[in-house]
Design a protein around this ligand. Structure first.
Ligand code: NG6
Ligand code: CA
Length: 505
């Protein structure tokens, strides 16, 4: 049945003479519902892929997507940290509109309202099968979570029919997988308890039992110890449910492959949210030492391998040419994010920022400008695009792809840009970093004056706070070294006025 639809659609596409008629508003292909896969990495920087200029690290499988699809050079996460970026990706709403959209502990309630429009909900309501595999980090439950019963609301209540997730981050408890709300492999006689304020009596922590550690903490990360790794937050019980850190990549890959295999007969949306290269970096032993750059490099190679395997599955299952893939990262790079793992020491000549300034947590470009690739075999013509695109725009753009429209959010319909029919992206975009916002418009970036320190010592990153305004021409000054706020007053005034207007101030 599905095969015949694919053949029928292919015939429609082949019958269009002009290639720019293939997909888009008025084309007959409006009726296509390609599978959609979002592959989302965690903390991968603009310069971390060989397709984006890395020379010390080879990522052939992701490069295949970039070179066979559209490599965006001005692709943005909405934010410089995880939770707000994921919020924008899934809801199409600017995270700074929601005061709670900041890095969440593992016990935080669900950040997305079950009433809210979301990308998976929209697609589900338009006939898609929807699933998430991987990192969630958008909160679960309504306040006090009992991990020993069904945990809800969560991904299944905001549009995902199937979910197989880690709740928050790899460095936060609970260190268990959750499938459709249930902790996987839980022994009812060994219930899980989680607390982010205080330890459970008698439970070892990184402070009381340093001899149990196989990975050393640098800052934070000194609470409960799981698999020798000190985490954020305290957890007791649930021994049989605890994940194996080294097997996590294979585990999620297998779940993602299984999702494709079991849904290939219908249009599906899969959000494959990988955990690499976020801390703790725990490559499977077969990748250990492979990058020569320590575990951070090794897990990037591991992620690249997983993507290669995942692509093979799409091909083997006969759905590759009917699948649009969007690849990106939730925020920019960080080397030392709280553990001693040689990321700084073994960096060598690699530049995870790819020539940008800042990094994770930063309002400078490296915080939010990330690898951003769209790939659709036979549909998207390989090219490089300098258009400004943001992950928040997937909701409106993908709605348009399937012949519908979502206009309820901040998401902009840039479908034609995402499929290579237009070089024009957003006119402007507000980016966010730990609560501070800035305006990108055209070649320009405006950062208001902010209190606080510019240099975050513990992570070694400039976050961009200065007691004066900043204005950069990113086309001429990619590394943001030349603040033009005092020399181009006219541009400054225009950018500031637009910024205030967009922020509603
Ligand atoms: C920070 C953690 C960091 C990381 C980050 C979330 C400390 C000291 N640092 O608070 O290690 O977990 O939160 O990263 O605890 S994110 O990519 O999910 O936003
Ligand atoms: Ca992240």
């Amino acid at each position: 049945m599905r095969k015949s639809i694919v053949i029928f659609v292919s015939l429609i596409l082949l019958s269009c003479n002009s290639s720019d008629k293939k997909v888009g508003k008025e084309s007959p292909a409006n009726s296509i519902k390609p599978n959609i896969v979002v592959i989302y990495l965690d903390d991968l920087g603009y310069g971390d892929l060989s397709a984006y200029g890395a020379t010390e690290l080879q990522t052939p499988n992701i490069d295949n997507l970039a070179n066979g699809g559209i490599k965006f050079t001005n692709g943005y996460a909405s934010s410089a940290t995880c939770t707000p970026s994921r919020y924008a990706l899934l809801t199409g709403v600017y995270p700074w509109r929601n005061k709670k959209a900041k890095i969440l502990p593992g016990t935080a309630p669900l950040l997305i309202s079950t009433e809210q429009q979301t990308l998976p909900k929209f697609l589900k309501n338009h006939g898609y099968k929807t699933g998430i595999v991987g990192k969630w980090h958008l909160g679960l439950g309504t306040g006090i979570v009992n991990w020993n019963e069904r945990v809800s609301p969560g991904p299944n209540e905001v549009g995902f029919e199937e979910s197989y997730i880690l709740a928050a981050t790899q460095d936060r408890v609970p260190t268990v997988y959750i499938e459709n709300g249930y902790v996987v492999g839980l022994d009812k006689n060994d219930p899980i308890q989680v607390n982010y304020k205080e330890n459970f009596e008698g439970e070892p922590t990184a402070i009381t039992h340093p001899e149990m550690l196989t990975m050393k903490w640098h800052h934070g990360h000194n609470n409960s110890i799981v698999n020798g790794i000190p985490r954020i937050g305290y957890m007791k019980g649930g021994a049989s449910a605890k994940w194996s850190d080294e097997d996590m990549a294979d585990h999620f890959l297998e779940k993602a492959q299984h999702y494709v295999k079991s849904h290939k007969e219908k249009a599906f949306f899969l959000y494959y949210a990988m955990q690499q290269p976020h801390v703790p970096r725990t490559p499977h032993p077969r990748f250990l030492g492979k990058s020569g750059m320590g575990p951070r490099g090794d897990v990037i190679l591991e992620a690249d391998w997983c993507i290669g395997e995942f692509m093979k599955t799409l091909e083997e299952e006969g759905v590759l040419e009917n699948t649009l893939i969007i690849f990106s990262s939730d925020n920019g790079p960080v080397l030392n994010d709280g553990y001693y793992d040689d990321a700084v020491e073994k960096l060598g000549n690699h530049d995870p920022k790819g020539g940008l300034r800042g990094g994770k947590y930063s309002i400078f470009e490296a915080g939010t400008r990330v690898p951003f690739i769209t790939y659709w075999k036979g549909q998207i013509k390989p090219q490089v695009s300098d258009a400004i695109v943001c992950q928040m725009d997937l909701l409106a753009s993908l709605s348009s792809l399937i012949g519908s429209e979502d206009t309820t959010t901040d998401s902009k319909n840039i479908l034609n840009t995402l499929i290579g029919k237009s070089q024009k992206g957003r006119d402007h975009l507000i980016i966010e970093a730990t609560g501070k916002t800035a305006l990108r418009s055209g070649d320009w970036l405006y950062i208001p004056a902010y209190d606080g320190k510019n240099f975050r010592e513990e992570v070694g990153i400039e976050v961009g706070n200065f007691p004066f305004e900043q204005l950069y021409n990113l086309k001429e000054d990619k590394g943001q070294t030349n603040n033009l706020a005092n020399s181009n007053l006219e541009k400054l005034a225009k950018m500031k006025a637009l910024f205030l207007d967009l922020r509603g101030e």
